[in-house]
Design a protein around this ligand. Structure first.
Ligand SMILES: C[S@@+](CC[C@H](N)C(=O)[O-])C[C@H]1O[C@@H](n2cnc3c(N)ncnc32)[C@H](O)[C@@H]1O
Length: 272
């Protein structure tokens, strides 16, 4: 954000949040985003399915966690609002659930109002923050005013960490995740989805190449590397699996998605 409080949306540059919005059929994207998304689509035609399947996991896993009794949700790398958003799913199960969203993209900040409309009893907040500085992010007032860090919190890092290349932060994506894990109390959960090259290495290499060319470097990670993000926490069944295989509903199963189309792993673990 600029010093005078205005937001520079940099509409001349493609942004990952707006490219993802385009894949999901949203309207919060601009010519530079659509041009870059078109190149990503040419490189990896399944990207539309990948995004849709990831979003379905997000909704399914949020419902699962709310039904398991989680009442506080902390979503980092939220993206542009796409209904149903996480707080809508959580507060449908538990109307008093509290939700904090964060993202570092000014366009998400500009649309955050759509994320803040809560059920009467619940509460949602938005914090503009960068995950590469987790200490700074966790110090944000909106987070401490909304979430109680002495009670379990459901942290989600969905389709985010593949934008954190290991050369970008000391210790890479793993050190960021460890910082969050240390800040959360026992009983908290960690949900992650992450792009992998495991099922279509060439397609994913083309996809990361298209993103790099659009100014957004990324790093797809293999299964063992993604499992390591959960180290020390108890992985819930069925473990770290392609997104569409994580406790699918009959409706999900009817879609007959392939692992290569899903292109992401998903997992949820609980802090002992
Ligand atoms: C592909 S979208 C995923 C949105 C949502 N989590 C989902 O799974 O549907 C990735 C989001 O991560 C955000 N992001 C990327 N780098 C980030 C960073 N360093 N700090 C915070 N958010 C970031 C982007 O702005 C974008 O909104």
């Amino acid at each position: 954000m600029a010093d005078n409080g205005t937001v520079d949306l940099r509409l001349d540059q493609a942004h990952s949040a707006r490219m993802y919005d385009y894949y999901l059929g949203g309207t919060t994207n601009f010519p530079a985003d659509r041009e870059a998304a078109g190149k990503a689509l040419a490189a990896f035609p399944s990207i539309l399915a990948t995004a849709r399947i990831n979003r379905r996991f997000l909704q399914r896993s949020t419902r699962f966690l709310a039904e398991q009794g989680m009442t506080q949700f902390f979503d980092v790398g939220t993206g542009i609002p796409t209904s149903p958003n996480l707080h809508e799913v959580a507060q449908e199960v538990t109307p008093s659930a509290r939700v904090v969203y964060t993202d570092n993209d000014p366009i998400v900040l500009a649309h955050a109002r759509a994320l803040l409309h809560s059920h009467a009893e619940g509460r949602t907040a938005y914090a503009h923050a960068d995950v590469t500085d987790p200490a700074d992010l966790l110090a944000t007032a909106e987070i401490s005013e909304t979430l109680d860090f002495t009670r379990p919190i459901a942290l989600s890092l969905n389709a985010l960490l593949h934008f954190i290349t290991d050369d970008r932060v000391d210790g890479g994506a793993h050190s960021i995740v460890e910082h969050f894990k240390a800040a959360l109390p026992s009983g908290s959960t960690l949900t992650i989805t992450h792009v992998t090259p495991d099922f279509d290495p060439e397609g994913i290499a083309r996809l990361t190449g298209a993103y790099r060319a659009a100014g957004t470097p990324g790093q797809a990670r293999q299964h063992a590397d993604i499992v390591r993000l959960f180290d020390g926490w108890d992985l819930l069944d069925p473990g770290v699996v392609p997104t569409h295989r994580w406790r699918p509903t009959p409706e999900d199963q009817a879609e007959n998605v392939t692992d290569a189309e899903a292109a992401c792993y998903a997992g949820i673990a609980r802090k002992p």
